[in-house]
Design a protein around this ligand. Sequence first.
Ligand code: G6P
Length: 367
Amino acid sequence: MMVDKGNHRHFMAKEIYEQPEVIPHTFGHYLDLENERVALPELPFDLAGVSHISITACGTALYAGAIAEYWFERFGRVPVNIDIASEFRYRETPLQPDGVTIVISQSGETADTLASLRYAKEQGQKVIAVVNVPTSTIAREADAVLPTLAGVEIGVASTKAFTCQLATLACLAVAVGRAKGHLQDEDERKLVRAMMEVPRLMTEALTLSPEIELLSRTLAKAQDVLYLGRGTNYPLAMEGALKLKEISYIHAEGYAAGELKHGPIALIDEKMPVVVIAPYDRVFEKTVSNMEEVAARGGRIILVTDPKGAELANVPAMQKLILPEMPATVAPLVYSIPVQLIAYHTAVLMGTDVDQPRNLAKSVTVE
Ligand code: G6P
């Protein structure tokens, strides 16, 4: 299939901007909009009987899984373990009877993810593949396939495939919650309504682009950037750091904000930008304390938050990127947009090959 960049300078920009259009396809596939319920295609096993979930993937897909871990635990009350596919495949981890392994892959061809799928099957697990390429090897070998329906993704750094993975996994987590009797009808309706708001919220998030472009002038001068978050924003912080290093070649690390004092705080000085992903939620005040620790050491904070968070975080020398208020479950999908734009604008300014960064491949079919 021929895909062009449209009016965009790079495929990555096109794919970032496409998200408000592709996300409704994904949700449309997994939701019964009329009844405001999740409606997954039939699976060859009963989700009510799932004792345990293991999640495995590489790169950006792994971070989608790490966000979903919070959802499976919250909605499904089911224990989850998650591991990098290159570790999972060799760990010989004991897998529980009636366990499900979820493998996540844009390409469906990543060698380590495929090997992990095979290991899980050998161990008697049911395997669900969350893939963007439905004809891929991973899709063929899994017991059930949940396509992410992001459309062809060309940029090596994954953007729309990531948010479509999140959309798919959120629906699966709700389905597990319902099947296990932990999620009431009204809770499910609320979640579905929140999901339906995502395209609009993403469109609003995209309007931050000019502000982020200005901000990227500071980031482009940095040697290292730290990303912090709590809860689902912690894996999103890791994804933000991965995106930045992949395409701008600036060293970046994503950390759980609570771990700041256990190491990364030693790095902070006035040269260190710290991107804090923190919508106003039940752990917000904790993250404010972390920001105070950063500010006290002269670190330059870039806070990605909502109006209430912006009002309550009175930390000096701070730049704020303000998104609309939204339910916590959908926040990772929408907060992905500024995270992607930060990496994109910084890389453009650095003059790197944004769509084909050095040493990276879109699909890694060797170990
Ligand atoms: C490569 C790509 C990443 C991607 C990872 C996993 O490293 O550069 O963007 O996240 O592979 O790929 P997959 O196709 O399995 O999602």
